[in-house]
Write a protein of this length. Structure first.
Length: 275
């Protein structure tokens, strides 16, 4: 049976699916003119959701699903309603995404063995990649965070963004089913999947590092040779990669190119920009 809950301001009718409780949701207290926490305006929250819908070109039939997908556990905890957060949505969205990407790669590369397909899939569904997709749609701007999470940079934390992105996909799946979420995934991932079709080999560390960092800030990483050792015929170079005045890592190699690639790989492993 479908239950209908009516917002007071603005007058919007929202269908409620099983498992949702609009009356108790910490962000959208239905029936109160000034919904939201700490004196916030429920209208502002609704406007934010509509802006996100415009970004992803998808309109939710049940806005409460989107609200739940955007609710970080820290906010649910602070509101004393710990059962409302996006963790269950994340669990569902992860499974949905894995299936869609796996099926697409299975059809794209009919001659690839399992191991190679798994590596290709990891390029799309890794936490780093999902955070990058989340940044592309500015998902962090729409997340509903607790004070502590907000104060510690949670809105830009890669793991938090990746979780929220999976939650968003889970919400779309519950709202409209597999075809709708598949269309959304393939549209948002079009460039990444297209690059795999033309170049299925693993991307180079320098390219991966630059893409990862520029998803956060447009400034590109800078490489500098900081040392050379050995005779001319067996020269060893040491390179340093820095970004926004922070040294991220160093690497050694038999050429400047190899040293820079190893520095980039080490920077990706250490991920100092997240600390």
């Amino acid at each position: 049976m479908v239950v209908v809950a009516q917002l007071v301001e603005p007058r919007i009718v929202i269908p409620v699916v099983a498992g949702s409780s609009p009356v108790d949701h910490p962000i959208f207290p239905i029936g109160t003119p000034s919904g939201g926490l700490e004196g916030g305006d429920g209208n502002n929250a609704i406007h934010l959701m509509q802006t996100l819908e415009s970004r992803i070109h998808y309109k939710f039939r049940n806005s409460l699903l989107l609200a739940e997908a955007l609710t970080h556990p820290s906010l649910a905890y602070e509101s004393q309603k710990p059962h409302f957060d996006n963790q269950r949505m994340e669990f569902l969205g992860d499974a949905v995404l894995q299936l869609i990407v796996t099926e697409e790669l299975f059809k794209m590369f009919p001659d690839f063995p399992e191991g190679r397909l798994t590596k290709l899939r990891s390029r799309v569904v890794s936490r780093r990649a999902l955070a990058r997709f989340a940044m592309a749609i500015h998902l962090g701007d729409y997340m509903l965070l607790g004070k502590g999470e907000e104060a510690t940079g949670g809105r830009r934390r890669l793991s938090t963004l990746a979780d929220a992105f999976e939650s968003l996909l889970g919400a779309v799946y519950l709202d409209s089913g597999q075809n709708a979420v598949r269309e959304l995934v393939l549209r948002l991932f079009e460039s990444e999947i297209g690059s795999m079709a033309s170049s299925p080999e693993e991307r180079n560390p320098k390219g991966e590092l630059q893409e990862c960092l520029q998803a956060i800030h447009p400034l590109a990483p800078v490489y500098q040779v900081i040392g050379e050792t050995g005779p001319d015929h067996r020269r060893v170079f040491q390179s340093e990669v820095s970004w926004r005045d922070q040294v991220l890592a160093t690497g050694k190699g038999k050429s400047k190119k190899e040293a820079e690639a190893r520095a980039a790989a080490e920077a990706l492993r250490m991920r100092l920009w997240e600390r």
